[in-house]
Design a protein around this ligand. Structure first.
Ligand code: TNX
Length: 588
């Protein structure tokens, strides 16, 4: 970043006018506030000549997952990233942080220096501008779901962006840093797959010309990782965060506690981790996150505009807590540690006040570590806590969450409990029918939809998938894609749907490679349901766009399932410059 005093937001490139800017307009406005300098004109001429001679960009502007809302290709406006490109950002620190992230994404494969600056003096070489523009936030909420299935949002809202690619450079415009970040993910996907290489490759870094205007459909787009059945190291979680960020997901739900292990340090109840954290499914060593570990995950996610949603599963799924603190058990006797995969047998004693001290202490410490608004209290499969005892327990815990200033989330089993302002239910049923949930929505609850038979990433793809479950059915990529979160639960209107989440339970998952095998390529399918306007929903089109992600994952060293229904490219897809060696990193 330049150390020159900030020239203020007006000195960065001014926003492009609506409509289709031609190259001349961009040349005038993209890189300078004054008259176009001779160098700019010369460069424009050179670029135009280059465009006429060189092969066009390998990707279509619409080759993006999740599908962008509005795409206007301009085949005459392809742009090639030059070795001396500069990344210019609005002076806002959050925008500059996105600019630095973009540079870090592009430097390894290109080998280019890609300096980041918030000034445009001396006049920068042609490059990429990230423009934070408050006036771009014209929409009410900026979510396409607000406008109905066919809606088109004029404003970019809290997360939308506009991407202009022209012969003189690239510009991402957004009202927020989150919008810029999502625009950068799109930009990344439009470059040749070799951009994912961790080491420099020779490539023509061409981008397809035109304009994308894009806003998400739903505000909540998430994935859940169960770190309780098997424990995963911080580094593994950060890598999962990276996968979420690629596909514009904005929430990571961490299932932190279960019968098999307690994974988050709680100072006031230390044995939760020193005793309850030492087990996992299958008898492995388990593990837990210190507060510093957890905060590292939270801030890594926040830097990628992802909010962590911590879950403390109550009153069931608590065997690990009972092993550590038998006073919480209904019979006050410590059960043996549990390393199997059954559910529904354990619970904290709802009749003992000590249990509510425990709940308040744990939730208080977790809330204090968590900047996001949500606290997930589980509530599923507490088969031995029935009727009014169950609803009474849930209502008390809901109030505890509210008193901590957080918004309560729970599995849809919470539905019969009294409504509390803002509460969110996570629906994980398998048949799209649930009158109790519909009634809770009528009383004011909002819904995150995670249908077990479409969104559960721990289900096998096919009978021969080496890991995973099948209790909710097999979920191939088409099954993961072919449903509509806005209409899925009968009787729940789209307005009550906050968004979508793909849970990954880990009874059978023991390594990062296992995680990735189940996540990819289904995570992008769920991400598209959460982000893309329903009007773009089209299996054949999605299948082809998804296929283009394969070479990216291969190049980046990411494991994925080569789902047979996806036409993964088998031949080199990336034209390289004449006289340049063909890179093999770009081919799957
Ligand atoms: C059901 S979904 C569970 C989890 C299991 C999962 C396995 C839900 C709220 N509870 O305890 O891990 O099935 O697919």
């Amino acid at each position: 970043m330049s150390t020159t005093p900030s020239p203020g937001p007006t000195a960065v490139p001014v926003p492009l006018p609506a409509g289709e800017p031609d190259a001349a307009t961009l040349a005038r406005t993209a890189l300078s506030t004054g008259e176009p300098a001779a160098a700019t004109l010369a460069r424009t001429a050179e670029q135009t000549a280059g465009t006429l001679l060189a092969p066009t960009a390998p990707h279509r502007l619409a080759d993006v997952v999740p599908a962008p809302q509005h795409v206007e290709p301009d085949p005459t406006a392809d742009w090639v990233l030059p070795a001396d490109a500069v990344i210019v950002s609005s002076a806002d620190p959050a925008a500059l942080a996105v600019a630095e992230q973009l540079a870090q994404l592009l430097r390894p494969a290109t080998g280019y220096p890609l300096p980041v600056t918030d000034t445009i003096t001396p006049e920068p070489a042609n490059g990429i501008a990230l423009v934070l523009d408050d006036s771009a936030d014209l929409g009410a909420e900026g979510y396409s779901a607000d406008l109905g299935a066919e809606g088109y949002s004029a404003g970019l809202g809290a997360e939308g962006y506009r991407l202009d690619i022209a012969t003189v450079g690239v510009r991402v415009t957004a009202a927020t840093a989150a919008g810029l970040f999502h625009g950068v993910q799109t930009l990344r996907q439009l470059l040749p797959a070799a951009i994912e290489s961790p080491t420099p490759v020779t490539e023509r870094w061409a981008l397809p010309g035109g304009t994308i205007t894009d806003v998400p459909r739903f505000p909540y787009r998430g994935a859940m990782l169960d770190v309780a059945r098997h424990f995963f190291a911080v580094e593994d979680v950060l890598r999962v965060v990276d996968h979420l960020a690629r596909y514009k997901l904005n929430h990571l739900h961490l299932h932190l506690t279960d019968d098999q292990g307690w994974r988050i340090a709680v100072d006031s109840w230390p044995k939760l981790t020193t005793v309850g954290g030492t087990t996992e499914v299958g008898g492995g060593p388990g593990g837990h996150y210190t507060k510093a570990d957890y905060q590292r995950i939270v801030s890594y996610a926040a830097a990628r505009h992802i909010t962590v949603v911590p879950e403390i599963d109550l009153p069931g799924h608590t065997n690990s807590a009972l092993v550590a603190y038998p006073e919480l058990a209904p019979d006050k006797i410590a059960p043996p540690p549990y390393t199997g995969t059954e559910v529904g047998f354990s619970y904290v004693d709802p009749a003992d006040e000590r249990t509510y001290d425990f709940v308040a202490d744990v939730l208080g410490e977790v809330a204090a570590l968590t900047p996001g608004p949500w606290l997930h209290i589980g509530g599923d499969e507490a088969f031995k806590v029935k009727g009014e005892v169950y609803t009474g327990f849930v209502e008390r815990v809901q109030r505890t969450v509210a008193d901590l200033g957080k918004t309560v989330v729970g599995w849809h089993q919470l539905a019969p409990a009294a409504h509390l302002d803002g509460r969110v239910l996570q629906w994980w049923g398998t048949n799209g029918e649930d009158p109790t949930t519909v009634d809770a929505v009528r009383r004011g609850a909002r819904l995150i939809v995670s249908p077990g038979n479409h969104a559960y990433l721990d289900m096998k793809y096919a009978p021969d998938t080496p890991i995973g479950h099948d209790w909710a059915g097999l979920i191939d990529v088409r099954k993961a894609y072919d449903w509509d979160p806005g209409t899925h639960v009968a009787g729940v209107p789209a307005e009550a749907v906050l968004g979508v989440e793909a849970p990954l339970w880990t009874e059978s998952v023991t390594s990062l490679a296992d995680l990735e095998l189940l996540l990819l390529p289904r995570l992008p399918a769920i991400a598209e349901l959460g982000w893309s306007t329903r009007a773009t929903h089209d299996w054949a089109d999605f299948r082809d766009r998804l296929a283009g992600q394969g070479p990216r994952w291969t190049t980046a060293g990411i494991t994925f399932h080569r789902a047979p229904e996806i036409p993964w490219p088998t031949a080199p897809t990336i034209p390289t410059q004449r006289n340049m060696p063909q890179t093999d990193t770009a081919t799957p």
